[in-house]
Ligand binder design. Sequence first.
Ligand SMILES: Cc1cc2nc3c(=O)[nH]c(=O)nc-3n(C[C@H](O)[C@H](O)[C@H](O)COP(=O)(O)OP(=O)(O)OC[C@H]3O[C@@H](n4cnc5c(N)ncnc54)[C@H](O)[C@@H]3O)c2cc1C
Length: 384
Amino acid sequence: MGGSLGGLTAACLLHDDGHDVTVYERSPRELEQRGAGIGLLESTSRYLVERAGLSLDEVSIPTGHIRYLRRDGSVAHDAEHAYRFSSWNTVYRRLLAHWGHGRYLLDHEMVDFSQHDHTVTVGFADRAIEADLLVCADGVGSASRRTLQPNAVEAYAGYVAWRGMVPEADLPADLAASLTDAITYYVYANSHILVYPIPGLDGSVETGERLINFVWYRNYLIGGDVDDLLTDRHGERRELSVPPGLAAEHHVTEMRATATARLPRSLAEVVDRTAEPFLQVVYDIEVDRMAFGRVCLLGDAAFSARPHAAAGTAKAADDGWALADALASAHDVPAALAAWEPRQLQVGRSLLERTRQIGRRSQVDNSWEPGDPAFIFGLHEPGR
Ligand SMILES: Cc1cc2nc3c(=O)[nH]c(=O)nc-3n(C[C@H](O)[C@H](O)[C@H](O)COP(=O)(O)OP(=O)(O)OC[C@H]3O[C@@H](n4cnc5c(N)ncnc54)[C@H](O)[C@@H]3O)c2cc1C
């Protein structure tokens, strides 16, 4: 249940192992344009490369440097480091194309479930189905988590991520060139922004057709400050994010003005030329169980970590790979989930702790030193 990157990866893997799998997705339409850019870690691309026969160059853009700018735009730090960047919808489209469009049921919102000795009943608005295993991959706002782990509340991190993309062709050529060979950071008082290239909206990785993506972490106080930010331009109070084109005018104006006043000119230009910036509130969510008999929580439905390790989709995919392994070597579903759970809890906890520290150092303590390996992206801590 949940047909995003976590649910789809798990579905593909379990299907490959001979299980009879159906994906139920709440959205009435295929998902699109969510999450913008992602740092492509090995677990996220693993299925596409090992099973779907794609090369990394078909789905991502390589960068060779980590670069930090000073306020005046000069380079404060430049180190060779290979990353790959993709976009949420590039990976989603490739996974969905591999899965095929059958047995991916849109407009199917799970409304309840119940377990019995040998099955789990999964309820939708107009019917119910019986299954051996229910994988809840319903994301950061997971209703199944609220049912299974009612104490696992969303803890606001104290900041939001303003995000956006601009076609590289819409930027001056020298600026675009300077931003496509690196991930570029600017770290300043209680804030930081990172900029990197991602595939175009159609998934193209060709020069001239790519996008430049920014993620800018900015502090807002819980209460009226965040409430106002999350109230969109039509007056609707959003829960976790404000989609492209809907952020209130006064916040977009303030954000662009602050970019001009506080960021290096090159990065301010990226922000300024982004037609429809959007924002996502940053939360920590922690569970103490992921396996419940024949039901499990996977990906952001279990732990949702701050994005600083670029590892959210990698963690969701890793949960799926480990689940397939556990099902292959256990005698029944509850035993497989019980064997699967301890390592995945550990992966989630350690990612959560690491990203909390990065967030504290950047948004609160101002102790971010360029070159510190603690800030390197990865599902596991540097060196592992
Ligand atoms: C600012 C920001 C930057 C990020 N950057 C990165 C990055 O660089 N790299 C990275 O790997 N990750 C990044 N992430 C995290 C990444 O987006 C998530 O970790 C990832 O999308 C989680 O995937 P998921 O499949 O678990 O859940 P989701 O992608 O949230 O999908 C959940 C799905 O479940 C469906 N659903 C919900 N309820 C129901 C229901 N009742 N019935 C049926 N379907 C339902 C939803 O419609 C949705 O399709 C970032 C996140 C943020 C906020």
